[in-house]
Write a protein that binds this ligand. Structure first.
Ligand code: TYD
Ligand code: MG
Length: 469
């Protein structure tokens, strides 16, 4: 294999080195040298440049560009389509990131199977295939109906075992257990899939670089090659990217600007719920959220998340409040729980799961001032049931009410649903989406709304929910 020249370039100061160095000799930064392909120098010359631009074709007035409204491909999951902005756009690259074991491979294999099913040619091929179990024969599948699933982490057999647990496997779904990006390009050009899935980018390597799979240089170069494939062949590509220990996707977020959409699959190992959240989307709105449940037969869509998140709730228990939150433009009801116990040692413990820790410290401080509760001698544990993560300030009021209810040992009435931001002086501040929040709560059967529209201060709200006045 001919090796194209590459160099190690410091990402901080631009220092070049022909070999890898742990520390940059110029700026002193550690682990900042990234293997990079050497490309011919580009001098600023209009004469040379003329060869690379076609004035007839490339230089166009935007006003004259025809707007294309091409149909989107459905993933087979309503929730997934919604997060993508209405389905898959041809030629787009979508990065699916998430912790290991969260269900990325499962969700994408299911998607591959559903897209394969949806685009399957119903017409029987004229001549039966000679050997059905063999590789690509090129006869019965027309060029734009197959799905190619590249797996660098599992063997074809492992994928098959997983697939069989989930649903019927259609013959236009191809598995390619290789890690060479050049091989993937060749395979993709051969079968021109409707959808190409790469699981995962961290396993791919290009012949052009010598670094190991998963290094920043390899990830960036492989993603660049895939991007050119997507744009030139209009093949949509889903790329799985593991989140590293530091919470970055493949190191310093090298991929995010290369791709058209970034979707995070979130959830914690303890709960079956998974949220698919769009954090960047060139073809749809961001902060859309799709809700899934991990089951024995793969991921199931949850189309009624509010009911599901409240299903385990025990009514008439002090410390429990129902919050109407907005997750990705969509209202969602969930339960905020508080537990308080007296502090054994000097420093009271504050533990928060699913809510923003520093906001909750402010809420606790505002609550102790507003309703003269002595919280300094209490350990406080706050939790959002079901493993949801909420980062909007609208959760403040529900958190404050749950703490007050726990401390006083008074349960909040069943029909109560709360939302609102709490200010430092204990004032309640309005939040966006009030109508949507209430509409969802009414749909589920709530009738008593504790909101900044009804109560001006935390004190009034606490007094109302605990004492009815
Ligand atoms: P996986 O999709 O392999 O995660 P990722 O690709 O994000 O690393 O999912 C791994 C977990 O999901 C594993 O613990 C087993 C579980 N699982 C199910 O619960 N049900 C299923 O149908 C499948 C295929 C996996
Ligand atoms: Mg996986």
């Amino acid at each position: 294999m001919t090796k194209v020249h590459s160099e190690y370039i410091c990402q901080q100061c631009g220092y070049h080195s022909s070999s890898f160095l742990g520390k940059c000799p110029q700026c002193g930064e550690w682990n900042s040298l990234v293997e990079t392909l050497l490309r011919p120098s580009t001098s600023l010359g209009a004469t040379e440049g003329q060869a690379s631009v076609n004035f007839e074709k490339d230089l166009v007035r935007l006003s004259e560009v025809k707007s294309q409204r091409v149909g989107r491909i459905t993933t087979g999951f309503g929730e997934f389509d919604r997060v993508l902005g209405g389905g898959i756009v041809r030629g787009e690259i979508v990065l699916i990131s998430g912790d290991p074991g969260i269900g990325k491979s499962t969700l994408l294999l299911q998607t591959a199977m559903r897209v394969a099913e949806g685009t399957k040619v119903t017409k029987e091929p004229k001549e039966p295939k000679a050997n059905k179990t063999s590789g690509f024969s090129g006869s019965s599948v027309t060029s734009d109906t197959s799905v190619l699933y590249v797996t660098g982490e599992e063997s074809a057999h492992q994928v098959k075992i997983r697939a069989e647990r989930i649903a019927k496997v259609y013959e236009n779904l191809y598995i390619l257990p290789i890690t060479s990006v050049e091989g993937i390009i060749a395979a993709s050009e051969k079968i021109s899939p409707t959808l190409l899935i790469i699981d995962s980018i961290q396993t791919l390597t290009t012949d052009k670089l010598s670094g190991s799979a998963g290094s920043v240089g390899q990830v960036r170069e492989c993603a660049g090659i895939l991007q050119r494939l997507a744009k030139s062949s209009h093949t949509p590509i889903f790329i799985v990217g593991h989140v590293t220990k530091e919470g970055n996707i493949a190191g310093p977020k090298v991929l995010e600007h290369l791709v058209d959409a970034v979707l995070n699959l979130e959830g914690d190992g303890m709960h079956a719920f998974r949220l698919l959240r769009s954090v960047k989307n060139r073809f749809g709105s961001t902060f859309e959220v799709g809700v899934f449940e991990m089951t024995d037969a793969g991921m199931l869509e949850v189309s009624n998340p509010s009911e599901i998140f409240l299903a385990q709730r025990i009514s008439k228990r002090p410390g429990s409040v129902v919050l109407s939150t907005i997750a990705g433009g969509r209202p969602l009801l969930c339960e905020v729980q508080a537990l308080t116990t007296s502090t054994i040692f000097g420093m009271p413990t504050r533990r928060v799961t699913g809510l923003d820790f520093s906001r909750m410290q402010i809420v606790i401080a505002a609550l102790s001032r507003a309703v003269s509760l002595n919280l300094a001698s209490l350990d406080i544990y706050l939790n959002v049931a079901g493993g949801l993560k909420i980062d909007e300030p609208a959760a403040d009021l529900a958190a404050a009410l749950s703490i007050a209810s726990a401390v006083q040992g008074i349960a909040i009435a069943d029909g109560v649903c709360a939302y609102g931001e709490v200010g430092l002086l204990g004032e309640l501040r309005p939040v966006a989406g009030g109508k949507t929040r209430i509409a969802e709560a009414v749909r589920i059967g709530f009738s008593d709304f504790v909101t900044p529209d009804k109560f001006k201060t935390l004190e009034e709200a606490v007094s109302y929910v605990l004492h009815g006045e």
